[in-house]
Design a protein around this ligand. Sequence first.
Ligand SMILES: [Zn+2]
Length: 140
Amino acid sequence: MKLTDQQWQSRLTDEQFRVMRLKGTEAPYTGTLLHNQAAGTYLCACCHQPLFLSDNKFDSGCGWPSFSASLPEQVKYQKDFSHGMIRIEILCAHCDAHLGHVFEDGPKPTGQRYCVNSVSMVFTDEQLANVVSKDDPTTK
Ligand SMILES: [Zn+2]
């Protein structure tokens, strides 16, 4: 999914545009999904593809929603040298939206901590199977 900045700007809130398209970061402990415990699926706020499952969400104490794993093939990785650090940036594999970063200090068994801006995601209490079948063009 490729849109111009202008097209994204008209679809997203100012804060979503700043974080997802300009690689910003929301203030810690402010995200609406940070303490969300409900069972369901987290979708990309730009293109609504499923990214993470509630089963993999955990409280890392870092101030952003954290996951120990992403859904396979849904997230892209890219080295990020900004702010004098070397970090691994995570992006939506479908629309290149900036999601956050992944660190190697997560819980077992993956050892990964996907640190994701709350504003980059939309939560649905639908199970993954329902989300996917709805978006599958062959069923329309
Ligand atoms: Zn996306």
